[in-house]
Design a binder for this molecule. Structure first.
Ligand SMILES: *Cc1c(COP(=O)(O)O)cnc(C)c1O
Ligand code: SF4
Length: 334
């Protein structure tokens, strides 16, 4: 019998933390006491950083790996050949891939449901910076639910976004209850960076909501660097884990953030100590405005081989990339 760890957070702290998030590069630089010649603010993909995340940056360090992920810079305005707005062609209107608004069904057995366009943090390398959320965002998912109901090859629904845990508990519960009624569904997966960037969102009520589901729940978090994981994330992740929720991590391989062996080893060990198994290490997509984060395939493969030589097999994430038209993520190989 596992005793659930009560998460220590008051129910609505996360909302005020979200409201107080840092919203400009200037504010962020001032907060972490760094000067930069490259900082800029770009709309519509604005700077957004919860203070709790900024508190994990090293003050005065212009090369801090957390700062680099979220500070908007002039590098984003550089046009690089081959870097395009929609490298995965997910904005296409192909009905097989898009059976309903907000529903992406690319791979066998699992479909991805876009819940909200918003995130608790804006990561500069994200493909989402160009995604036409207005066309996909559905506060109600009626058409998607009908499409899922009508396709019994779908066993697993992945809630994605944006960040699905930005929905409030009522909206989330409504959605989970609707999904539970679809008898061929077995698993519910949630792709979220929130346990890392806004751990106070993992309230007891949220944990209980997920734990009560008849579906097997998998939460795939997104952390790129061990420095992102602290006592607060440990608390929230332990609460999810103790409620029987499987925890996996996907990371993105990012130049001058985590493209070195010590950073990858430290990340794998920190994740495991917080009950999370590494799942994917993504080669970045060629998204316009993110070329300064790009790591090439050869460097990635070399790094991945060193990870295998230095970590137990279960702590080595699969090195993958997404290729338009493929039936799964592609394992990166020579
Ligand atoms: C990545 C992804 C999935 C999940 O793939 P897994 O290999 O099962 O993690 C599902 N649908 C879409 C559209 C995806 O991009
Ligand atoms: S949290 Fe995820 S979806 Fe949101 S900006 Fe960051 S990488 Fe993109």
């Amino acid at each position: 019998m596992i005793t659930p760890i009560e998460t220590p957070w008051e129910p609505d702290i996360w909302r005020s933390e979200l409201q107080q998030a840092i919203r400009t590069s200037a504010q962020l630089l001032q907060y972490v006491k760094v000067q930069s010649d490259f900082a800029s603010d770009s709309e519509p993909f604005a700077v957004r950083v919860p203070r709790g995340f900024a508190d994990r940056m090293v003050p005065g360090d212009a090369n801090d790996p957390l700062l680099r992920q979220v500070l908007a810079t002039t590098h984003e305005q550089i046009d690089t050949p081959g870097f395009v707005r929609d490298p995965l062609e997910e904005n296409s209107t192909d009905n097989l891939i898009h059976p309903a608004p907000g529903l992406l069904h690319k791979y066998h057995g699992r479909a991805l449901l876009i819940t909200t366009g918003a995130c608790a943090i804006n990561c500069r390398y994200c493909f989402r910076r160009h995604f036409p959320y207005a066309e996909h965002q559905q506060s109600r998912h009626e058409k998607a639910l009908v499409a899922i109901q009508g396709d019994d090859s779908i066993e697993e629904i992945i809630l994605s976004g944006g960040d699905p845990l930005l929905l409030d508990d009522r909206a989330l519960e409504r959605l989970v209850v609707s999904l539970e009624k679809i008898t061929h569904l077995q698993r519910l997966r949630i792709h979220t960076r929130i346990p890392v960037v806004l751990p106070t969102r993992i309230t007891q009520a949220l944990v209980e909501l997920l734990a009560a589901s008849r579906l097997d729940v998998v939460v795939v978090i997104h952390s790129n660097h061990a420095q992102e994981l602290d006592a607060a994330t440990a608390r929230s992740l332990a609460a999810l884990h103790n409620a029987g929720i499987h925890l996996l991590n996907q990371a993105v391989l990012l130049k001058e953030v985590n493209d070195n062996l010590p950073a990858q080893i430290a990340l794998a060990k920190a994740l495991f100590s917080q009950r999370v198994l590494p799942y994917y290490l993504h080669l970045p997509d060629r998204v316009a405005g993110t070329a300064h984060f790009f790591v090439n395939k050869q460097e990635a493969l070399t790094l991945h081989r060193s990870m295998q030589a230095n970590l137990p097999g279960y702590l080595v994430a699969k090195l993958v990339r997404e290729q338009a038209g493929e039936r799964s993520k592609t394992i990166v190989s020579i």
